[in-house]
Design a protein around this ligand. Structure first.
Ligand code: PXL
Length: 277
């Protein structure tokens, strides 16, 4: 069985970060080790959330694993809480990198043109430096604009997206993948760029008329799970996009749907059938 480690916070209520990565990647048949970077009562879109920082635990956990000879087929990071954590994660990437494994970074920190409440533009620049230590990065357009210094645009053409992907690759990753890329009314999609092959790939699908929190984390978790099921990065883009859309669709159709996250649990059967399980 493949084993990955994911490094992000636990928002105890919120259906994001570890509370989606752990169930989704496990359901995909992959052992999912975790490093919780902080414990929050909820994600940061709630008011008055509590937060206990766990930065001090990260290095001792890694030291123990190294002594035990524990390695991973993928290292996957999501939401990180501080510049200090970014520096520690850069080191962790280098420690756990092998010839065979894959380092995937989702710089979860912004959406719809704005940084999340805890962050500013200098944090985003710091996150950009992590790309050098990662094989694949999975930002949305807002996150990529902050990391690359490109202007954020609501409407854009293919040239804008391709330049953004090239600039992301210029930060040092091998494959850059931009989520939430739509060129036509009613459609959205994901575009990736393989620097070594100088090759772009675009997967377009229907854009549902609602948006929910935590879908970027669901996308990245599913992408990693698909890679661990021996899918190529292009296949993983498609599987993750279809599952994320399905999660949004079932939530939209649930009159009791929660405002803070999607019903990803209900769509797991469709995800497993997309994997041929
Ligand atoms: O979904 C990204 C995310 C993860 N973790 C925490 C968050 C957010 C988004 O706001 O607040 C704590």
């Amino acid at each position: 069985m493949k084993r990955i480690v994911t490094v992000q916070d636990i928002s105890c209520v919120g259906k994001c970060s570890l509370t989606v990565a752990l169930p989704i990647i496990s359901a995909m048949g992959v052992e999912t080790a975790i490093i919780p970077t902080a414990v929050l009562s909820t994600h940061t879109m709630f008011q008055n959330f509590t937060c206990r920082d766990l930065t001090e635990e990260i290095v001792p956990i890694c030291n123990h694993w190294e002594k035990e000879g524990i390695g991973f087929d993928a290292v996957y990071t999501g939401y990180l809480g501080s510049k200090e954590q970014i520096a520690i994660v850069a080191d962790l990437f280098d420690r756990f990198k092998t010839k065979e494994n894959v380092i995937v970074m989702d710089p979860a920190m912004a959406d719809n043109g704005k940084m999340y409440p805890a962050f500013d533009a200098s944090f985003a620049k710091e996150m950009g430096t992590l790309c050098r230590h990662a094989d694949m990065v999975l930002p949305n357009i807002t996150e990529a604009s902050f990391m690359t210094g490109m202007e954020y645009r609501e409407t854009y053409d293919e040239a804008y997206v391709k330049e953004m992907l090239c600039r992301l690759a210029g930060l040092g990753c091998k494959i850059a993948i931009l989520t939430g890329v739509g060129f036509r009314e009613g459609m959205t999609g994901v575009m990736g760029y393989d620097k070594e092959k100088d090759e772009f790939f675009y997967y377009e699908h229907e854009k549902l008329p609602v948006s929910y929190h935590g879908t970027g984390d669901i996308y990245a978790s599913t992408f990693v799970g698909a890679l661990m099921n021996n899918k190529t990065w292009k296949e993983a883009i498609k599987i993750a996009a279809d599952y994320t859309s399905e999660c949004i669709r079932v939530t939209m159709n649930d009159k009791d749907g929660r405002w803070y996250g999607v019903n990803f649990e209900e769509a797991i059967p469709q995800l497993l059938s997309a994997l041929g399980k």
